[in-house]
Structure formats: C-alpha cells, structure tokens
Unconditional design. Structure first.
Length: 189
C-alpha cells in the first residue's frame, strides 16, 4: 500500500511538474525495493533552507589547465527557480574561466543540519547596469575602487541539483550513495 501511494504521488508530481524530475543517478535499486524518492517540493524546500543557512557557497569553475577551481563566494539570495547571482571583479580568474567554459558547480553546506546542496549549471557574465544596481551589497564598496564600474555579475542558471538533508529525511541511495537529484528543464528559461 505504501509503495502504491508513493508511486501515485510521484506520478502526480510528474504530471504537475513535467519540466522537472527526481532521480537517483545511476541507482541500482530504484524500483527494486521500497526505496522512496522524496518529492520535488520537499527537496526544493530543504535546499532553500540549507542554502539560506549556509555560511558560504563554493563556486567551482574549470581552470585554464582543465582542472576544477573552487573559491568561496558571497551569493545573493537564491531565486525561486534556483537561479543564483554573484558579484565579482571582471579581471578575476573566474571570469576568464567562465568565458572559456560556462559550466559551473555550486556547493552549499550547512553543518548544523548535516545537509548540502550541489547545483550544476551554466554561468553568464552580466554587465547590465540596472541588474548591477539591483545586485549590489553596500559592504562591497571598499572592494570596488571605481564603485560599480569594475563590477560584473555572474548569473548561474541551474541544470540539475542534488540535495542531502537527513533532517528532512532526504538521504542517499543505499547502494550507490548518490543523493536525490532534480533535473531542471533549461528550455523554458
């Protein structure tokens, strides 16, 4: 009965939200036992809580030598569709790395609830002054000598997101240890 009810809820979620799906990537057990996938709503809610309470965010780009490059960033609050905005110096390495390859990964961790969020997406470099005014933090004024002239935005459009949150009963696959993943439909952006 529990499996039928869960399957029905997953199917209803699929029908109501056809642009997204929840999966265990490369799972060897999905459908073979009573492993229950958390709902998209629960995963998104947990992700928002983890992100809001994370002390920082790691932005990971692909370096000039094709190896990963990570740095701590100070993101703006995440948008409803999980788009993430950052401000940066246009002469920074991350900008040239994004120009070469826009694929990025974001990593948020909240040790207090033993949860994390990984967002994989594509980054855009944005110079629009209206958006630069919108996405500005007063505490950054000492970092930007020319105020907002030497400042640009990085907009990360999510492709997929993985979430682990034992507090919300969002756990890894018991065989592969992969966390649940939401695949976002990037065609409708």
């Amino acid at each position: 009965m529990k499996l039928i009810l869960t399957t029905s809820l997953i199917l209803i979620t699929y029908i109501l939200l056809p642009a997204q799906e929840v999966i265990f990537e490369n799972s060897s057990i999905l459908g073979k036992d009573e492993t229950i996938l958390p709902s998209i709503t629960l995963i998104k809610s947990a992700a928002k809580e983890i992100i809001a309470n994370s002390q920082s965010c790691a932005l990971i780009t692909i370096g000039e030598d094709d190896s990963p490059r990570a740095r701590a960033m100070d993101p703006f609050p995440i948008e409803e569709n999980f788009t993430v905005w950052f401000g940066t110096n246009p002469k920074s390495r991350k900008v040239s790395q994004i120009q070469k390859d826009p694929r990025v990964t974001l990593y948020y961790i909240n040790k207090d609830i033993s949860g994390y969020v990984v967002i994989s997406g594509t980054a855009e470099l944005v110079t629009n002054q209206t958006l630069k005014n919108k996405y500005w933090k007063r505490e950054w004024e000492s970092f930007y000598i020319d105020n907002r002239e030497n400042y640009l935005l990085i907009k990360v459009n999510p492709i997929w997101m993985e979430v682990l949150s034992p507090k919300h009963d969002i756990n890894n696959d018991t065989v592969t240890w992969n966390p649940p993943r939401i695949n976002f439909n990037t065609e409708n952006r």
